[in-house]
Design a protein around this ligand. Structure first.
Ligand code: NDP
Length: 331
């Protein structure tokens, strides 16, 4: 089998030489273990943090060891009760073509009619739950709110915007990094308005899109976007801080928003969250999202790139905005 290892800790933007693809033999499964062939691997922005020792401490990827990440696969050999050959499973044993591990490392999945298996890494998986939790629980979005989502054409953002629309937002505004993505937002996804943040200062572009301000901000980007949103938030406005991808390659922490005093004046709440703390909402989310998909009230795209050999390039592409919707590697 083939697996990716971290060969060096990236400084700034990672380069292909920071990674190494190695071949290795897998052991035969022992009692209680299964052999799983991965079919889809997830690449996610959080992986950038795990590549840096200082940022995430003991969670960081170890050098010269297999990297981890979300993966969907099929059981090939099982020596464990509850899992049989052919079963579809989810694990965090990504960045490799196959894995042998205790059955407890895998969650059995039930295929959903009309939805590809890769969706368990996207719309039905961690990014979907992040959008759902962030918008409903963290930002406490209410019907009639005007909602702004950054990183709106990505895995989380595209769902946050659509959930806001379904939950009765007065208007849903989005930002993304290309004209094609802006068109996707206002066309297929039903955003009220959207802008390409690369065409001018975010503060001006947002003020133009939301002349009356916003009630809720779903932040995937941080930096200038967060500062612009603080300006645009109305009194008692709320922001769910999901991510800050604009700074993930920074070697020095960037200065924070310069307009923090606005939080005081406008009684604004900024609240961060980690989706991992909200696993209890997974069943409610799966049911609600499953219903929206079946009724075609939510649509999603995936950017699928082929081959384990391209996993690093796919990850680097994600960080550069090559994806629309969830970015995955098909094995
Ligand atoms: P996406 O599918 O949104 O992919 C990342 C996108 O980020 C790219 O497509 C690119 O789109 C955009 N981007 C890259 N650089 C910049 C920049 N400098 N400024 C603005 N946009 C940029 O990834 P996810 O949906 O998986 O993740 C979105 C965010 O949510 C990330 O910040 C991630 O860390 C966070 N996250 C947090 C979780 C939590 O538990 N808190 C869980 C899951 C994700 P474009 O072309 O528009 O620039």
């Amino acid at each position: 089998v083939q697996e990716w290892q971290l060969a060096a800790r990236p400084v700034g933007r990672p380069v292909p030489g920071d990674f190494r693809l190695v071949e290795r033999e897998l052991p035969t499964p022992a009692e209680g273990e299964v052999w799983v062939r991965n079919t889809f691997l997830s690449v996610d922005p959080y992986m950038r943090a795990l590549m840096s020792a200082e940022e995430t401490g003991s969670l960081a990827y170890a050098l010269d060891r297999p990297m981890t990440g979300g993966a969907v696969g099929e059981v090939v050999v099982s020596r464990a009760a509850g899992l049989s050959p052919g079963d579809l499973v989810l694990s965090d044993l990504g960045w490799r073509t196959a894995a042998v591990a205790p059955a407890g490392r895998f969650t059995r999945l039930r295929r959903v009619e009309g939805v590809p298996d890769s969706a368990f890494l996207g719309v039905l998986g961690m990014p979907g739950l992040s959008a759902y939790v962030g918008l409903t629980e963290i930002a406490g979005m209410r019907p009639g709110d005007t909602v702004f989502v950054s990183g709106a054409a990505g895995a989380v953002g595209s769902l946050a915007g659509q959930i806001a629309r379904l939950r009765g937002a007065k208007a849903v505004l989005g930002s993304a990094g290309s004209a094609a993505k802006v068109e996707y937002l206002t066309g297929e996804l039903g955003f009220t308005a959207a802008f390409n943040y690369k065409t001018g200062p975010v503060r001006e572009l947002l003020a133009e899109a939301a002349p009356d301000g916003i009630d809720v901000y779903f932040d995937n980007v941080g930096g200038d976007h967060l500062e612009a949103a603080i300006d645009a938030l109305r009194p008692n406005g709320r922001a769910a801080l999901c991510g800050a991808i604009s700074g993930y390659h920074d070697t020095e922490p960037a200065p924070g928003p310069r307009n923090m005093v606005e939080l005081v004046k406008k009684r604004i709440t900024l609240r961060g969250f980690e989706v991992g703390d909200h696993a209890d909402l997974q069943p409610r989310f799966a049911e609600e999202m499953g219903g929206w998909l079946a009724e075609r009230k939510i649509t999603f795209r995936e950017t699928v790139e082929d081959g384990i050999a391209h996993a690093v390039d796919t990850f680097l592409g994600l960080m550069n905005g090559r994806n629309t919707g969830k970015m995955v590697v098909r094995i």
